[in-house]
Design a protein around this ligand. Structure first.
Ligand code: ASP
Length: 325
């Protein structure tokens, strides 16, 4: 008998209409697994960890999930499914991935776009796809997988690209790494493995994401150190560009905090040596920033936070972004 466990965190998959109006997460893992059709040799347990909308999930919540996965693996569980809100799956799954959560057993994250009591609720179908992915042969190099609408995405690339349609996830620039059909997961691709980061013992410092726009001088950057931020991610235009008037603020902040430049286009990638005008990547490099390559600003925020919690130097931060992005 193989045992899988659903760690539930809340989100739309666990939400029903509240009498005061709107969807609110109320269900725990037990409610989610009830009635799910499983292969005869599989038992699906449930462990409710949080009942939160996913924007409220903190690094501490994700670290609690990470610790629980180890406890379950020690206890002989053969795979873990994390259910949560879709708004932050791309961050949670990536953080778990960076912390080596899927090194020992498969870890699959899923959610739903429609509430649990909505017509055509997609939660049960997504959970079934996640079960199929968690039952596939374990490949530690594959990392944490996001199962959604029968597609399987690598945590490193997956983004929520629509807040409206049911098939809400995509994985620029590579696409999904597999799919589920007839209750079986097929993995067609494997991402290059990530060297896991240590599970932080210090709190993860706050990292600000500041989005650049045409002509914006990014004066907001100057406020970050006094607000207690430990690092900054600039969601820059195109391949990693800011307006020329933003460069003085970028130079000032890069002297005070580690700064990562991501593209505001999902999947980027940022370039390092294509353009040479004021505010381009060559100018930004001279200011001492690190480039996120294909990592979105949200994922860059997660990676930079973990590296800062680990006391990483700027050289180490650059090395990790080069390797992972
Ligand atoms: N819209 C979100 C969801 O799909 C809400 C959340 O992320 O909790 O679950």
């Amino acid at each position: 008998m193989r045992e899988l466990v659903v760690l539930s965190l809340g989100g739309t998959i666990a939400s029903v209409a509240h009498e005061a109006g709107g969807l609110v997460p109320v269900y725990g893992g037990d409610d989610l697994v009830r009635g799910l059709v499983l292969p005869p040799d599989v038992r699906l347990g449930a462990l409710p960890l949080r009942t939160l909308p996913s924007p409220a999930l903190s690094s501490d919540d994700v670290l609690a999930v990470r610790r629980e996965i180890d406890v379950l693996a020690d206890g002989g569980v053969s795979g873990v499914i994390v259910t949560q809100g879709t708004d932050t799956i791309e961050e949670t799954a990536f953080m778990l991935e960076l912390l080596g959560a899927a090194q020992r057993i498969p870890v699959v994250v899923t959610g739903a776009m429609r509430g649990a009591d909505a017509a055509g609720a997609d939660g049960p179908a997504n959970l079934s796809a996640a079960v199929a992915a968690a039952l596939a042969e374990h490949d530690p190099g594959r990392g944490v997988v996001v199962a959604f609408a029968d597609r399987l995405h690598a945590a490193r690339y997956v983004v929520k690209y629509s807040a409206g349609v049911v098939d809400a996830f995509s994985s620029p620039p590579v696409g999904p790494i597999g799919w589920v059909s007839e209750a079986r997961a097929r993995f067609a691709l494997a991402p290059t493995p990530i060297e896991p980061l240590p599970v932080p013992s210090a709190p993860v410092p706050p990292v600000a994401v500041v989005q650049a726009g045409a002509g914006d001088d990014l004066r907001l950057l100057d406020a970050l150190p006094d607000l207690g931020y430990g690092g900054a991610v600039i969601a820059a235009m195109g391949a990693g560009h800011v307006a020329a008037p933003a460069m003085p603020a970028v130079r000032r902040i890069a002297e005070r905090l580690p700064v990562v430049v991501a593209s505001r286009i999902a999947g980027g990638p940022t370039t390092r040596a294509t353009y040479g005008y004021a505010g381009s990547e060559l100018d930004l490099r001279k200011a001492g920033v690190v480039f996120a390559t294909s990592l979105t600003a949200s994922k860059a925020r997660v990676l930079l936070g973990l590296l800062l919690a680990d006391g990483a130097s700027l050289e180490e931060i650059e090395r990790r972004f080069e390797a992972i992005g």
